[in-house]
Design a binder for this molecule. Sequence first.
Ligand SMILES: [Zn+2]
Length: 322
Amino acid sequence: MSYQDITQYNAACYTPGRPYGITSITIHWWGDPNDHPTFEGVIQTFTSGARGTSAHYVAEDGRVACLVAPGDRAWACGDGIGVNSGGNDKSISIECNPRQSDGDYQTIAELVRDLRAVYGDLPLYPHNHWFNTACPGSYDLGRIDRIARGLPDTGHAAPVPAQSAQPALLATHVHYRLRQQGGGWLDEVTDFGPGDNGFAGMPCSSHDLLTVRVDEGSLRYRTHLLGGGWQDWVDHSDINDTVNGCAGVPGQAIDGVQLYYTTPAGRPLSQAWYRSQTASRQGWLPVVCDDGTSVGGDTFAGMYGEPLDRLQIAITDQNPYQ
Ligand SMILES: [Zn+2]
């Protein structure tokens, strides 16, 4: 017997990569059993990002949904990200049905077996090992462990999210461009895509001005100066007006960008999702959603002290960088 793999959902909130490794599995329950919370309900909470939380797996009798790949970090344990935390940074989190039926224990144990087959003999911890919380209630981790160790190895692989996730819906086009420090304005980019439209900026160089505009709704943006502070918010776009139509100070490198989108009345809530790279390191830094107050995560794109060299922006209802 095995469980059904459910892979079409992706959590809105997570942090890419596992710089601290994977050293345990954390057991959660997804709410008070007296409220009869549902499998679909908890998936909806994580895909919407409504609470700024996520888990790698949601499991109950006969089915397992993977919303964050084990190779990335879920926002599950409340003990911080990027700080070598035992829970969020180094553990794989499983949200379990709080009714605790025999079938629930069986499926959770099968998932634990499948994860151990890939990641080694990971110990199980309750969520409250990492953080002061009632989670996972009365879940019996010893029982999960005993069942998992008694199961035959079927070679079944724990699911990972499908690559062909539903694309995020663009609420509006966003047009943006950076000016190279000591150079000229680079081409305008709309949203982001492959090739020339992949990002604003010039790899391995510094930029001093940013301008951004949206077709619908309103957007404010600001920049942080290398060796300096945050500048005033700007809500217009005009490359000929370096005071009110651009963010930044001519001649000074940008090392941080912050955006905030306001959805027009009557339209589905959307946010600015953006990310950057620096001239000093490879790869995209974590995705930022507005100023980080709505779904958590980083509060700006960039890394203080390192010139920003690439920027991507989309205005959507969910994380478009999957
Ligand atoms: Zn928990």
